[in-house]
Ligand binder design. Structure first.
Ligand code: AHR
Ligand code: AHR
Ligand code: AHR
Length: 479
């Protein structure tokens, strides 16, 4: 039985079931999600390998080969049509045209389930999904439950990496108009013990870790690579539960009365992923699967679902592909765009650019175009690139321009300076993906370096020449 079969047996059926990694009903064979590729705008759906099984990632890999892909729809498996699509603007605008949020890269969160490859939804700041016209989701003071499997190492302190029930007009309509899972280190409204991240409930104008706003020490920091986060609510009662999604059982972090001002609830029944109720979109996180139920699930039902999640055996997969890089080596990166192949990725002060370099170039210029490969400052499964002439300074992106900057040791710097090489999109060398923004790659544009996406609002996101501009031949450095 899958998670939603278990919720059905418990009398609290799924009214939304979302996953890019697997079927959540044992008989489900339909579409899990839709991807759109950059090369020609074509779309395809990804289904399970077999009824109730893991997503057929090979379909995606072949469809997206040699180009980029975005997740355009996360289908609802419950049959109620509660699909998630690109979130529209609300109280806050998203970064895309007309204030829409970004869509997630289809390849930012590779994992395996029982040894079979699948992809999660990697939510960078600015990314969000939503459905404002749902069927069967709790409204008013209605009872509901929800869980999500998330990456416990991908979070930040911005508002709000959520999954759950929110406003249907994308605005903050007041306290108690939301009931969603929150995960991260935002301390604006509430927190738990330690330094986080925490599972909290976003109830609108507040992330709650217990009976009242502020610190509730029974809500622990939880950062397993895969976590299960669960929230449920019914009149005058709600709970937070959590677990390691790869082993063990759920613990109850809070179960009790509603906070003052949040009883009764005024749920509206929209569904959000990766954003707050008013489209606050500064947060980051990774979503693998999640459901919402009708009715308040029993602890026993949720415990059985946790056992099913553990049995799905989520595990990490490689974030890199293509020619391998060696930590400690010195490299140069040669442009592959026709007409620009005499150019190498270099820097002039803080600006990353491309420079024409020959054997007779100065030692200074050769050093400026040579980079020391380091273990990724923000994720050791990827890499960072340290300046050869300015030790302690690394290539980072800032407002999506590449810069060379001294590390300030912050989580933000480390993540902005972490990149995951993959096989070059034009078939040559490597394309260097930004870890925290996997839609974005090292690109030269007008001979300046950017972290660019294949289409987007900035000039440097132009689709023309994208594959060539983001593919680099990597070899031993000049210096
Ligand atoms: O409750 C926290 C956040 O506050 C909500 O997600 C958002 O709608 C509001 O800004
Ligand atoms: O480059 C995009 C973002 O711009 C970085 O993550 C952040 O440091 C800056 O605001
Ligand atoms: O960086 C040089 C060129 O500038 C790129 O190939 C092109 O996309 C842009 O016009």
């Amino acid at each position: 039985a899958g998670p939603c079969d278990i919720f059905s047996s418990g009398g609290t059926p799924c009214v939304a079931a979302h996953s890019t990694t697997r079927a959540l009903y044992s008989s489900f064979t339909g579409a899990l999600y839709q991807v759109q590729r950059g090369s020609d705008g074509a779309k395809t759906t990804i289904s399970p390998l077999s009824a109730g099984g893991v997503a057929n990632a090979a379909t995606q890999d072949s469809f997206c080969s040699g180009t980029t892909c975005l997740i355009t729809i996360i289908y609802d498996q419950s049959g109620r049509g509660n699909h998630l699509t690109q979130a529209p603007p609300g109280g806050f605008k998203g970064p895309e045209a007309n204030g829409y949020d970004n869509l997630a890269s289809a390849t930012g969160a590779p994992v395996t389930l029982n040894g079979k490859k699948a992809y999660g939804v990697f939510v960078s700041p600015g990314t969000g999904y939503r459905n404002d016209a749902t069927s069967g989701i709790a409204t008013g003071d209605g009872s509901e439950g929800m869980y999500a499997v998330l990456d416990g190492t991908h979070y930040n302190d911005a508002c709000c990496f959520d999954y759950g029930n929110a406003e249907t007009n994308n605005l903050d309509t007041g306290d108690a108009h939301m009931e969603a899972i929150y995960y991260g280190t935002c301390k604006v409204w509430g927190s738990g013990s330690g330094s986080g991240p925490w599972v909290m409930a976003d109830l609108e104008n507040g992330l709650f870790s217990g009976s009242s706003a502020g610190l509730n020490t029974a809500d622990p920091s939880i950062s397993y690579r895969f976590i299960t986060a669960a929230i449920k609510g019914k009149p005058s009662q709600w709970a937070i539960r959590g677990a390691n999604a790869a082993s063990g059982s759920l613990s109850t972090y809070y179960s009790g009365a509603r906070p003052s001002g949040y009883n009764p609830m005024h749920e509206e029944g929209a569904i959000i992923l990766g954003i707050g109720g008013d489209n606050s979109n500064g947060a980051q996180g990774t979503f693998y699967e999640g459901v919402m139920t009708s009715g308040y699930p029993s602890d026993a039902t949720e415990n059985a679902v946790q056992a099913d999640i553990v049995a799905a055996k989520y595990a990490t997969a490689s974030l890199t592909s293509g020619p391998a890089l060696t930590v400690g080596s010195s490299i140069k990166l040669q442009a592959t765009t026709p007409g620009y192949t005499t150019r190498y990725l270099a820097h002039t002060g803080a600006t990353v650019n491309t420079q024409i370099i020959t054997s007779s170039s100065s030692t200074t210029l050769k050093q400026q175009a040579s980079w020391k490969v380091r273990a990724g400052l923000g994720n050791s499964a990827c890499f960072s690139f340290e300046s050869t002439d300015t030790a302690g300074s690394y290539i980072r992106h800032y407002q999506f321009a590449l810069q060379v900057a001294a590390s300030d040791g912050s989580k933000q710097f480390k993540e902005d300076a972490t990149f995951c090489p993959q096989a070059g999109l034009n078939g040559q060398g490597n394309s260097i993906r930004a870890w925290g923004y996997p839609t974005r790659y090292f690109r030269h544009y007008s001979n300046v370096g950017y972290a660019a996406s294949n289409g987007g609002v900035q000039t440097f996101d132009a689709t023309s020449s994208f594959n060539d501009d983001v593919s680099w031949l990597i070899s031993t450095g000049f210096a």
